[in-house]
Design a protein around this ligand. Sequence first.
Ligand SMILES: Cc1cc2nc3c(=O)[nH]c(=O)nc-3n(C[C@H](O)[C@H](O)[C@H](O)COP(=O)(O)OP(=O)(O)OC[C@H]3O[C@@H](n4cnc5c(N)ncnc54)[C@H](O)[C@@H]3O)c2cc1C
Length: 380
Amino acid sequence: MEWQLMTKEQKDITGIIRNFLEKELAPVVPEHEEKSEFPMEVFKKIGEIGLWGLDIPAEYGGPGFDLQTLSLIREEFGRVDCGFAVSFGAATVGFKQVLAGGNEQQKQAMAKRLLNGEISAMCITEPQSGSDVAGTKTRAVLSGDEYIINGTKTFITNGGLANVYIVVAVTNPDLGSRGLSCFIVERDTPGVSVGKEENKMGIRLSNTTDVVFQNVHVPVENRIGEEGDGFKIVMKALEKSRPICIAPLIGMAQRAIEIAAEYCRVRTPYGKPIGKLQGIQFKIADMEIQLQTARAIMMYAAKVADEGKPISCLGSVSKTYVSEAAFTIIDEALQILGGYGYSKEYPIEKMLRDVRVYRIFEGTNEVQRQIIGKTVIGKC
Ligand SMILES: Cc1cc2nc3c(=O)[nH]c(=O)nc-3n(C[C@H](O)[C@H](O)[C@H](O)COP(=O)(O)OP(=O)(O)OC[C@H]3O[C@@H](n4cnc5c(N)ncnc54)[C@H](O)[C@@H]3O)c2cc1C
């Protein structure tokens, strides 16, 4: 069942996107899945229909969709391919960081570039530290009117595709998380290189690589905010994106239910469709209950964020619940398809591989539970 509170504008835009993705993306998914490659030609065509920079606000030249509309749009991407959804969504991550702490010139410049089809990437994670952002080792040392950056980032979405990176680096090693700063680093700066590409279990259309910085000279004006603001900026930007980063999963889980329901109608092991078996009906019912609950939580979180109200705990609830519900829904869909569900000839096994990463990135679900638990318990 679709979101019944869709406005006419939301129906129109999601309809356009569904048609486009079914025509342009769906046919090329198997080939790119096999090669583990982002379909750049589809990204370019999205630009031709004016849909780059979907989450850039109107005051910076973007379409100015609210988070509720963006969630419904992202569902459409997830219906077709979650890997593409991840890379497409992350392409504008640079604007979110700049919006969270940058100056007006940085915001205008970044928005313009991303609306013109440039791609950004967010470089936080390092080989020794993902959840532990304060454990960052990449150093940025001030020298005259430049910083010199050295370090290696890993698991970077769009690492090999980006024109511009947002890099978190230590400017004061004595201050822990308060000693981190954020920098805008151009891909073509000498000393920047793309390292190994991850050979991933799922979301194989999304590009994920190491990015290496060796004596990279960056002008002081490329720092976002003040020295020491890095952790605050990253957390502020993540807080806004987290509640709806899971939107593609709603689309993917919805599609898994549709495929399972169709199978229930046509699979006749005892001379009658399995859809007539109460044990199967109950499975489908539980899947639908979880899907509708997941979408309702996500849309509620998006509305709260749209209204500018505090979102931290609710964002973590949304990310955690939706990523786990979607996993269960898709796993149960695979079960309903029996042996065929496990076969690569049917789309469900790919969905199960794609959904898994959502419990890991954008802050692991363990870290989200820590945020939720701490918020509920309060000071003790
Ligand atoms: C496909 C993909 C794309 C990614 N894209 C990006 C990107 O674009 N940019 C970027 O910077 N990073 C990216 N990441 C990295 C991702 O954010 C990290 O993998 C994630 O934050 C977890 O860090 P880690 O892998 O180092 O695990 P660790 O932090 O080492 O965690 C190991 C285990 O310990 C648990 N743990 C950690 N802290 C706690 C705690 N406080 N309480 C309880 N348990 C805890 C974790 O939940 C996990 O189970 C991506 C990762 C993947 C897989």
